[in-house]
Write a protein that binds this ligand. Sequence first.
Ligand code: SME
Length: 149
Amino acid sequence: MFETLKPQVQEILQQETHVDHRLQLLCDFLKKEIPYYDWVGFYFKNGDKQELKLGPYAGEPTDHTIIPFGKGICGQVAVSNENFVVPDVAAQDNYIACSITVKSEIVIPLFKNGENIGQIDIDSNTPDPFSEADERFLEFVNDNVAQIL
Ligand code: SME
C-alpha cells in the first residue's frame, strides 16, 4: 500500500499552491487513504519558544494547539529527536488525550538541514496498528515535506 502512495505524496507536495495548503491536502490524503489514520497533523517548533504549534491537520479539531517541549508524546519527540510509536495510549503516563476514541499514536520528527523543526502526528482509533512500514513511510513523507519548507 505505502509504495503506491509515495508518488501521490510527492505529487501533492509539488503542487503550485502555498505550503500550508499542500500540507493540508497531504493530511486529508493520508487520513482518507489509510484506514487506521484517524487524525493526521503537523506540529512545528513555535519560533524560538520551547513549544510546538499545531499546523495543518485532518480530523477532529483539538484544543492542543500549543504543546510545551517535553509534554505528551509530541513534546517528548521534540526533545528526543526519535520516532515514538505508542501501541496503547492508556499505558503512557506522559500523554495528552485529544479524544477518548484514540487508542494509539505515532509521532515522527521532521528534520530540515539536520534540525528537528517539527513532526507528523497520527492518532488511531485502532489498538496497536502501526508497524515499521508506517515509520519508514512517514519518514519518507517528512523528508519530502522538508524539501518544500
Ligand atoms: N496525543 C498528543 C497530543 C496531540 S493530539 O494527539 C492531536 C500527545 O500526547 O502529545
